[in-house]
Ligand binder design. Structure first.
Ligand SMILES: [Zn+2]
Length: 260
């Protein structure tokens, strides 16, 4: 299976890669991607080509998804796996895109066994073994490097869910220590909650304090969008994310933009 999949991907990249000129234009127009080196943009193009061939992107409620929308979404979706590979997004097939925030019809069971129907509008959602669901308005709001990136957030949940329920700890590489990950994230989670309890302003979106899974997803957004904040505020977490994503956005952005 692995051999056939690899062969199919290689053939796809030889025969039908995303067009280089439109890809360069896309990367140049999105500040987050403009930070990437030429080699990284090329790798991103390969990952996005495979992503678009293997996933179904479905616009609903009138959301039109033209090629430029699909490519933008794919580019943001594969940024976290830039130094990994497409296998990290195996196990689901669909990305569903609403025009704006959507209200899911979920029934959730609480600790007492009572079933509630949630009516909270969402900007994105990741189902275990199911689709990623996004609001296009929020995808567009994810382009200006303000720390908010719904695409990275939802795909970070997908990475987290590769080893079971989302719990804030994706499967780590062999050269990483789970105890180091847990210690770094636990201390940072407690630090964030203490800052919120004290009424202090926080470096990252307070939504991260919701639970360890949201903490990982929000920190992943910030790691790519405003990595200097993560490195300053939560240095041990930055090191763990750098080891997991195998990317160093602080260095990347300093080299290209002199920012962070
Ligand atoms: Zn989330």
């Amino acid at each position: 299976m692995g051999f056939f999949r690899d062969w199919r991907r290689r053939r796809l990249l030889q025969r039908e890669p995303l067009a280089a000129d439109s890809w360069q234009a896309l990367c140049g127009a999105v500040p987050l991607l403009a930070c990437l080196s030429p080699a990284e943009r090329e790798r991103l193009r390969e990952l996005a080509t495979i992503f678009l061939a293997e996933k179904t992107l479905l616009g609903v409620q009138g959301q039109n998804l033209e090629d430029k929308h699909r490519q933008l979404l794919a580019a943001l979706a594969v940024l976290p796996i830039l130094a990994l590979d497409n296998d990290w997004y195996e196990g689901f097939h669909e990305v569903i895109v609403y025009p704006d925030e959507f209200i899911p019809r979920h029934e959730v069971e609480d600790e007492q066994g009572l079933v509630h129907v949630r009516h909270m509008p969402l900007s994105g959602e990741s189902w275990s073994h199911g689709p990623v669901i996004l609001s296009w308005a929020d995808v567009e709001a994810s382009l200006d490097m303000n720390g908010y990136n719904v695409v990275i957030h939802e795909f970070a949940h997908k990475l987290d869910m590769r080893n079971g329920d989302a719990n804030g700890m994706p499967p780590l590489h062999r050269d990483m220590q789970p105890a180091d990950w847990t210690a770094a994230f636990r201390a940072a989670f407690e630090q964030l909650n203490a800052e919120l309890d004290a009424g202090r302003e926080t470096l990252i979106d307070p939504y991260a304090a919701e639970d360890p899974a949201e903490f990982f997803a929000v920190l992943s957004e910030a790691f790519f969008e405003c990595p200097g904040d993560v490195q300053r505020g939560y240095p041990a977490v930055y090191e763990q994310l750098r080891a997991f994503y195998r990317q160093d956005p602080v260095t990347r952005m300093q080299v290209v933009h002199g920012i962070c």
